[in-house]
Design a protein around this ligand. Structure first.
Ligand code: GLN
Length: 482
């Protein structure tokens, strides 16, 4: 895939193209192709046209930043005032928030153009895009396959050219994994770098808003614009990034990259081949590759599901048909109303997690599961601190496999959970990571993940850019050419 934002922005600034024309061309494409891909769950074309007219008025005066007039899509769990924001759930099927997420406020101010909301797993719980109430998003590289999850529609939209870039949420991999499966770049920032205000909560201590884009520079430009302190999210940090200007400054010769054979144990052969090719590329470029010691990944997956489900069960308590969410009819008592509303409003994956979360938080089990998981989490943070004393990045595949066929029967939900085994440690430790498209099986892409230090996005993005420019692009017969 190629860089989009700078070239488009240049045309807009030179007035070779107006923001309204650009917006209309995306609307046309979406109207023609979305039925096939189910990338969008709802459109905001009226808003898009207003945004575009505003952008043109700014651009005409010679002002406007690089995102002015550029169309984007938002995952259907990011609130925008007055627009459907459903989390692909029956509980919020007709929810139109009365306020906008901080990320959209920032982008809107810059003249960004919102095309619509994108498909996802229900409440961002899943890794296939199939747990929501809508027909699942399809993979533009092969429409018989999943687009990954949970930000399935955000990745499919970018990969199919139905949006220039998109935002998703990443609690355990939901930006990086679908980006990998669709052949896009997926950036999960450091926890706290981007405000979560207006993101519908899944697991608050893990949730991060991230960017899906066609190139590293595109992702960097968007990240620079959405990051920074927001007083309405007390976990957001006072950071001021300019990662886009740091691209090209990677000092690869003095770089050390951490790797562990554990990362590719059980991965598909094409994924292993691409990871090995990437390692040898970095080595040939002068970087040193060292073997690192990571805790057992399966244990970390268990820790993730205990913490994520515990927090989800608490966050989703508000959808009781009284305060929020679908309200069941014909109930004779408040208790019956709550039970019926929740039974009807949630799908089976969400119910499973609420049950699991309630269980690990209940007295008697709290110490055994939740408290223990929190202790392992602290230990993992320390482990990563010492890993980053010896290397600049950790390199892994994003997912052990490429996109699987839609509707694959699984014998246990754990089969799906395993596709997140390489992404969840990053959320548990609150680190930044980026997924870059590499070659997978046949025409299908896979993902290469680089994990960086907390708030080390500038260094991370410039290493990713180096890889993209020198390995992906120069070797490219095709786009996923490692
Ligand atoms: N697939 C993971 C889960 O189901 C991650 C979800 C996410 O990042 N939102 O929990």
């Amino acid at each position: 895939m190629m860089e989009m934002i700078y070239p488009l922005s240049k045309m807009l600034k030179n007035r070779e193209l107006s923001a309204v024309e650009l917006c209309e061309s995306y609307i046309k494409k979406i109207e023609a192709e979305n039925k096939k891909l189910n990338a969008y769950t709802s459109y905001t074309f009226e808003k898009a046209r207003k945004n575009a007219a505003f952008a043109d008025s700014v651009l005409r005066t010679g002002k406007g930043g690089v995102l002015c007039g550029i169309p984007l899509a938002l995952k259907d769990n990011i609130c925008t005032q007055g627009d459907l924001t459903t989390c692909a759930s029956k509980a919020l099927e007709s929810y139109r928030p009365c306020y906008s997420a901080a990320v959209w406020e920032r982008l809107e101010r810059e003249g960004a153009v919102l095309l619509g909301k994108t498909n996802m797993d229900e409440f961002a719980m899943g890794s296939t895009g199939e747990t929501g109430i809508y027909p699942p998003a399809k993979n533009p590289n092969d429409i018989t396959r999943i687009a990954g999850g949970s930000s399935s529609g955000s990745a499919a939209a970018v990969s199919a050219g139905l949006s220039v870039y998109s935002l998703g949420s990443d609690t355990g991999g939901s930006v990086r994994q679908p980006a990998a499966m669709c052949g896009a770049v997926g950036l999960k920032p450091t926890y706290g770098a981007v405000s979560r205000y207006g993101l519908i909560a899944h697991a608050s201590s893990l949730d991060t808003i991230g960017v899906i884009a066609s190139s590293v520079r595109d992702a960097a430009l968007v990240f620079d614009s959405i990051s920074g302190r927001d007083l309405r999210d007390m976990t957001s940090c006072d950071v001021n990034y300019n990662t886009a200007s740091a691209l090209g400054k990677a000092d690869v010769k003095n770089m050390t990259i951490g790797f562990s054979e554990q990362f590719i144990n059980g991965a598909e052969k094409t994924v292993i081949d691409s990871v090995k090719a990437a390692l040898s590329f970095f080595e040939k470029s002068g970087a040193e590759i060292i073997e690192i010691k990571m805790p057992d990944l399966e244990q970390l997956l268990a820790v993730y599901y205990i913490i994520a489900c515990a927090e989800a069960s608490s966050n989703l308590g508000r959808y009781d048909g009284i305060r929020y969410g679908h309200r069941a009819s014909d109930c004779e008592s408040a208790e019956e109303l709550i039970i019926k509303s929740r039974s009807e409003g949630f799908g089976s994956e969400v119910k499973r997690r609420i049950l699991l979360g309630t269980y690990v938080l209940s007295s008697g089990y709290y110490d055994e599961y939740y408290k223990k998981a929190c202790a392992v989490r602290e230990k993992l943070k320390e482990d990563f601190d010492s890993i980053f004393n010896t290397c600049n990045f950790v390199l892994t595949p994003t997912s052990p496999s490429v996109a699987r066929p839609l509707g694959t029967e699984v014998t246990s939900p754990v089969e799906n959970y395993l596709s997140d085994i390489l992404t969840v440690p990053v959320n548990i430790a609150g680190l930044p990571a980026i997924s870059l498209p590499v070659k997978g099986e046949g025409a299908l892409p896979a993902g290469l993940q680089l994990i960086g230090k907390r708030f080390g996005e500038s260094e991370l993005m410039s290493a990713a850019y180096f890889f993209e420019q020198n390995c992906l692009l120069s070797l490219s017969g095709g786009e996923y050419s490692v």
